[in-house]
Design a binder for this molecule. Structure first.
Ligand code: BG6
Length: 287
């Protein structure tokens, strides 16, 4: 089958992106960060990801929206606050390894390897691949190989931004899970209610979950997430924090929530020399 994609520069910037269009979806992926910025489901006539209309497209700067990848750590670096928040993968230039199209859609393989720059932040040899399947659903696979002589420890998260009316939204699937409340001195709490609703800034890390969640805006409007990675992070910056984000409109907190999937906090992974590990996530508008 012929490859149908377009390489382009993003919004008058130097950043390169790939535009995908097939019978199932339209998608946009940027090589910086290996980041999917847009996924529009044609069947559901719906965007499954949110992208800030003030997003800044600059070399070395994370783009606000879509699914930036936090790796090899989530949040601030545990010992050195000068290192970039959420690691370096979202600010690094990935290589496009292949694009194939079959009856199920496009398969895009991206790769990030250690380099002199990554070693300044994290002194290990590795190969990280991200396989993005743009079909009826959006599927992402994260495959990490340890090419170093030593074991290393890493955390990661698909920092997904979902388009939803925050104040009408509920997140399901986290009942009875323990979470770290990042807005209350990192206290460990347990979620008792069946759903999370948004009435103020919210920033919670759920280290261990079932990996299955949904976001419901109303009876018809759902997004389903199935992940083999077991941690989740739920975030909305609300009013005051949004004002401090230069790449988000002041009122945009009403239009998105982040439900992030990965392995973080107590669920960070030790990977021995020569070993590899894989995680996958599926995001869809139907169960
Ligand atoms: C979330 C964190 O994952 O990302 C929040 O839990 C953080 O604490 C948010 O504010 C956004 O981070 P950044 O670095 O993209 O502005």
């Amino acid at each position: 089958m012929t490859k149908q994609y377009k390489a382009l520069k993003l919004a008058n910037s130097e950043l390169e992106a790939i535009e995908i269009s097939n019978k199932f979806c339209d998608a946009l992926i940027t090589l910086q960060g290996g980041q999917i910025l847009k996924f529009f489901s044609k069947k559901q006539n719906k965007d499954l990801l949110w992208l800030s209309d003030l997003a800044e497209y600059e070399t070395g700067k994370a783009i606000r929206g879509g699914i930036p990848l936090c790796f090899p750590w989530f949040g601030g670096h545990p010992t050195n606050t000068n290192l970039p928040a959420h690691g370096f993968a979202r600010n690094s230039l990935w290589q496009l390894t292949s694009i194939n199209e079959d009856a199920t859609g496009h398969h895009i393989l991206l790769e990030l390897n250690d380099s002199e720059t990554t070693r300044l932040y994290w002194n290990y040899a590795f190969k990280l691949e991200m396989l993005i399947h743009c079909g009826e659903d959006l599927k992402l696979e994260f495959k990490l190989q340890n090419l170093d002589p030593q074991t290393f420890e890493f955390g990661f998260a698909w920092h997904s931004y979902f388009p939803t009316k925050t104040q009408n939204s509920q997140v399901l699937g986290l009942q009875n899970s323990s979470y770290i409340d990042q807005l209350d001195g990192n206290q460990i709490k347990t979620q008792t209610g069946e759903v999370i609703i948004f009435t103020a800034e919210l920033d919670r890390i759920y280290p261990k979950t079932s990996g299955q969640f949904s976001i419901q805006q109303n009876e018809q409007d759902h997004i389903y997430i199935k992940s083999t990675a077991k941690s989740a992070v739920v975030w909305n910056p609300w009013i005051e924090k949004t004002k401090r984000l230069t790449d988000v409109r002041d009122d945009a907190w009403q239009d998105f929530i982040c439900v992030e999937m990965g392995q973080v906090a107590t669920e960070q992974v030790h990977l021995a020399a020569g070993q590899h590990v894989c995680y996958a996530v599926q995001i869809s508008a139907v169960p």
